[in-house]
Write a protein that binds this ligand. Structure first.
Ligand code: CA
Length: 224
């Protein structure tokens, strides 16, 4: 895991670097906004730790610029201000989490680990299989150009399948990705929802796209 730390206070920056390296992360440092943004755009990082107040380019601007450049690396903002408005601004600029200064290293580490566990946001929000399209930003599903109305759960399930086309997906991984771990899921819940999806995206059309792989799970895509 490679982390970029953009922080102008050298003491804080090097203690974050030292602590993260002890946890086996690879850490690059930048001490101002310009070099930080350059590094973030030219290198590939798993996480960016970004100070809010920086010389040259401030943290929120960096955040906005990265998201505009379709860079979806998880960003943890460090901020000395405790106002709610700061948090809201940070999240609006596309940050994933924020941490108030001063902080204990363990707290930073916990946030970094949480971000590291998140599935990478796909740059591609428009998914297509055959004549079925799903737009995860607009929350729209179309087949043969016709809009199909799905519930939130049906949409999440379809999106999960469509992000893994032509792969067999087990019921367990569907439950883990589409439902919360702590949700009460009956064993046949996935089957029930696959049934709902079939009624909406397959039955009215000639070619079914969702297939049951007996004993394993489901796949979407070309028939085998
Ligand atoms: Ca600063």
């Amino acid at each position: 895991m490679k982390i970029l730390v953009i922080e102008d206070e050298h003491k804080i920056a090097s203690s974050i670097k030292k602590g993260l390296e002890q946890e086996a992360f690879i850490v690059d440092l930048a001490f101002d906004g310009t070099s930080g943004l350059d590094l973030a755009l030219s290198e590939e990082y798993d996480i960016i730790i970004l100070d809010r107040m920086l010389p040259e380019i401030d943290g929120l601007t960096i955040c906005t610029k990265l998201r505009e450049a379709k860079n979806h690396t998880p960003i943890l903002i460090l901020t000395a201000k405790s106002q709610l408005v700061d948090k809201v601004e940070g999240l609006n600029a596309g940050a994933d989490d924020y941490l108030l200064k001063p902080f204990a290293f363990e707290e930073l580490l916990a946030r970094v680990r949480a971000l590291a566990r998140r599935p990478k946001k796909s740059i591609n929000h428009l998914l297509t299989i055959d004549n079925l399209t799903l737009d995860s930003l607009q929350f729209e599903v179309k087949r043969e150009g016709k809009y199909i109305r799905l519930s939130t759960k049906e949409f999440s399930l379809l999106e999960y399948l469509m992000r893994h086309p032509n792969q067999t997906i087990t019921k367990d991984s569907i439950i883990n990705h589409v439902w919360n771990y702590d949700a009460d899921i009956l064993p046949n819940t996935v089957e029930v929802y696959i049934g709902y999806l079939r009624t909406k995206i397959d039955k009215p059309f000639k070619k079914p796209l969702i297939q049951t792989i007996r004993g394993f799970g489901y796949r979407i895509g070309e028939h085998i």
